[in-house]
Design a protein around this ligand. Structure first.
Ligand SMILES: Cc1ncc(COP(=O)(O)O)c(C=O)c1O
Length: 352
């Protein structure tokens, strides 16, 4: 059964008005204060390295996460791809989870554009890949095989937080086997806020990390790649080849800086709203996976899928309804909207 997607698009900067969009945390619109910061940004040509706001964002992120250097990208897809291409050359291989975004949801960019062979490995339900599974996938140094160069992990993964101890043992193991390590940290700040750990602890053991500003942090675009001087120099070359050299990008970087100052701690609200939403859905008799951060997964009985989507759409609720429905909480879905969504679920005549 495919997904049934209902959409109502309205432009509103007031999170308490308009439709309730629970498809993703990427749907947030910049707040008036974020827009003001963007309008006031000092800019220059970032391809020449002249944009002071981009440079400020990059320095701030490198310092915060304890890396030598950072690089601003238009998107997480581009940042991840440039990272894979900076770590791996033609005929190299990277080990990655079957469910990982870089493998499953980025059109196989590593293979298509990077000539890098992905070796997908089953993820456990908690998002980890056991070390013995990683060990078995590393190819011997033999002309028959691609050269295994990199282990790529993701945190959070499907809203789940990978344990810090696991990350430490997986990256330690990879390094002992001569591999580099990359983390897709699109929603890493959700894990940091939930675990109350320092940024530097959350990325320990990784040679590179991609962090998105356009998910729960609420910026309209932008991701930041972190790594060593040498690694970022290589990624900068690939960014240009991938068409990612932006000019007066400080307008976007200003949104990222604003988000770092104002939208990190508030992720805890999204987590509390996700827990509240899960509890409300469970009270309706639905099977709901306990959320760890801002993503709620709920099973919708197959026969109800189409009618539920239509019912919610009529009430101004945008959701990707399927047998395993993902609902995301975010900046533009405050508690009042979550409660309205719960009422709409409750009033669906198809349950009875
Ligand atoms: C885990 C993860 N990584 C990477 C990305 C890619 O980010 P973008 O949409 O900015 O390309 C996403 C997007 O949703 C994601 O969820």
């Amino acid at each position: 059964m495919g997904w049934v997607i209902f959409r109502i698009v309205r432009d509103s900067t007031d999170p308490n008005s308009g439709s309730i969009d629970l498809r993703s945390d990427t749907v947030t619109r910049p707040t008036p204060a974020m827009r003001a910061a963007m309008a006031a940004a000092e800019v220059g040509d970032d391809v020449y390295g002249d944009d002071p706001t981009v440079n400020r964002l990059q320095s701030r992120m490198a310092e915060r996460f304890g890396f030598e250097r950072a690089l601003f990208f238009a998107s997480g897809t581009q940042s991840n791809l440039a990272a894979l291409m900076a770590h791996c050359g033609r005929g190299d291989e990277y080990l990655v989870g079957q469910e990982a975004h870089t493998y499953k949801y980025e059109q196989g960019g590593a293979a298509v554009l990077g000539s890098i062979q992905p070796q997908p490995l089953d993820n456990e339900p908690d998002g980890t890949i056991p070390l013995d599974r990683i060990a078995r996938a590393i190819k011997p140094n033999d002309a028959h095989f691609a050269r295994t160069r990199l282990l790529a992990l993701e945190n959070t993964m499907g809203g789940r937080i990978l344990p810090v101890a696991y990350l430490s043992s997986a990256t330690g193991f990879a390094h002992a086997k001569g591999l580099k390590t990359h983390l897709d940290g699109a929603r890493l700040f959700n894990a940091i806020v939930k675990l109350r750990v320092a940024e530097t602890v959350a990325v320990e053991g990784f040679d590179s990390v991609s962090v998105c500003l356009s998910k729960g942090l609420g910026a309209p675009a932008g991701s930041v790649l972190l790594g060593s001087e040498e690694f970022i120099a290589a990624a900068l070359r690939w960014r240009k080849a991938l068409g990612g050299g932006m000019r007066q990008a400080g307008i976007l970087a200003a949104a990222g800086l604003y988000a770092l100052d104002h939208h990190v701690e508030r992720l805890a609200e999204d987590h509390a709203n996700a827990a509240h939403l899960a509890e409300g859905l469970r009270a309706l008799g639905l099977s709901v996976e306990p959320p760890e951060t801002n993503l709620v997964f709920v099973e919708i009985p197959e026969p109800a899928v189409g009618a539920l989507g239509a019912h919610l759409a009529k009430l101004g609720i945008v959701a990707s309804i399927g047998p395993r429905t993902r609902l995301a909480t975010h900046l533009d879905a405050p508690r009042a909207k979550i409660d309205a969504a719960l009422r709409a679920f409750r009033d669906f005549p198809g349950w009875r």
